[in-house]
Write a protein that binds this ligand. Structure first.
Ligand code: MGP
Length: 177
């Protein structure tokens, strides 16, 4: 349905956050996706401070892009001890969710996804276009939990970009599933 661009973020302190984001390649077919996936390092082996992002072609992976600005992101924290066991599987499942357009009638809401590799604990996020659509947001959140087989007792939260931008990382979460 869509062309998807993979981005890489490397934390170089001499450059701005935006300058540290660089597009790697845009893929349009499943075959292209696999040759890309097989050529790059898995997330769990990236140095701390790096990110991969996969976004629909034309969307910059930041809060400021016009297609992201009214939206938000579902956040999944991956404990340090879970990195080797879960991070790469979760990320691959999320990539399938994106390129396979598995959100069905809500697929237009899905702009992209990010994996943050961090010493303090890794994070995965699914970025949605419109934070004013609680029904599709919660539906997608439930789909992700099911797909990743996250324990139903464990909650994941949705952050609104505009609030996050304003309040940095301590933003309040508006929805949980
Ligand atoms: P981060 O990389 O999402 O998480 O944001 P990290 O490194 O775990 O840090 P924490 O603050 O969540 O604990 C780190 C910082 O990068 C943010 O505080 C912002 O300064 C910057 N940043 C992150 N994002 C997603 C954006 C963005 O979309 N736009 C801009 N301008 N800066 C961002």
């Amino acid at each position: 349905q869509n062309a998807w661009t993979l981005w890489f973020f490397k934390n170089d302190k001499s450059r701005s956050w935006e300058e540290n984001q660089g597009p790697i390649i845009t893929v349009t077919t499943v075959e292209d996706f696999w040759s890309l996936y097989n050529h790059i390092e898995v997330a769990s082996r990236l140095p701390a401070g790096c990110d991969y992002s996969l976004f629909k072609e034309g969307i910059f992976p930041d809060w400021e892009d016009v297609r992201n600005a009214p939206g938000g992101r579902w956040m999944i924290n991956v404990d340090k001890r879970q990195r080797s066991q879960c991070l790469d599987t979760y990320w691959l499942e999320i990539l399938f969710f994106l390129i396979g357009e598995h959100a069905d009638q809500h697929a237009h809401q899905v702009n992209g996804a990010v994996v943050n590799v961090r010493g303090k604990g890794d994070k995965l996020a699914i970025w949605l276009a419109d934070a004013s659509q609680p029904d599709s947001i919660t539906r997608i959140g439930k789909m992700i939990k099911e797909r990743l087989e996250i324990d139903p007792d464990q909650t994941i939260g949705f952050n609104i970009h505009s609030e996050e931008k304003a309040r940095s990382s301590s933003a309040k979460k508006k929805w949980f599933v």
